[in-house]
Design a protein around this ligand. Sequence first.
Ligand code: ADP
Ligand code: MG
Length: 259
Amino acid sequence: MSDILSIKDLRVSVEEKEILKGINLEVKTGEVHAIMGPNGSGKSTLAYALAGHPKYEVESGEVWMGDDNVFEMSPDERAREGLFLAFQYPTAIPGVSMANFLRTAVNAVKGEVVDGEKKAIPITEFRKMMLDKMSLLQIDRAFARRYLNEGFSGGEKKRAEILQMALLEPRFAIMDETDSGLDIDALRIVSEGVNAIKGPQMGIVLITHYNRILNYIKPDYVHILVNGRIIASGGQELAERLEVEGYDNVIKEAVQEAI
Ligand code: ADP
Ligand code: MG
């Protein structure tokens, strides 16, 4: 089982414009890495490229999950191998209940293949799994009957994602601005959810513009992404410096050090 997600000199362009200009990052299971950066620096581009979104052209570089070459895998193979991506702007799926959506997702990712056919997890078993995770995350049972993201508040959309993540038990979770648009209570609830499901078997990449989520989910490493490059890496103190000094100062200093 692969326990390192390794991104090597990754270059990605969107509509012929180079956005990521050589990203190197190594994430082990059990670690939490924060990627922070100003708007437009390429944070979401990194998440989309890892997901295999067709608009995001990988120009060069490699991504490995252990011995598996991620760019040689289809998006659903990536998911089955334990890569999970939570996006900044989740879409609504009218007419599909949370429970049905989650069951489909869990079957697709975790369903066993027997004699060339995918075996669905029995409904009663799935229901128990779902209710267990819902109680772990303190999510009301009525939530499962609602239609996916339809009329969900920002906080509810994120909780739905965390619930999905809890059920899929990925080895690597990339979370793009999970904190965006959340008020302080929703942020705390969502962070507690992530803290409840993280553990030695899961590596987390937390993409964020602001420091505040890092007060709840403590990163082991912090990386600053500017203009498609990681210009500084450190521990929690780097995020705290950003909070106090702002991006401009931290960027200036990193540039000076590089000269
Ligand atoms: P961040 O998430 O750090 O705010 P993004 O990765 O969304 O940054 O965007 C980085 C750059 O790539 C921006 O200049 C943005 O305009 C461009 N970009 C990203 N996605 C697209 C897209 N789907 N179509 C066109 N341009 C895009
Ligand atoms: Mg973004």
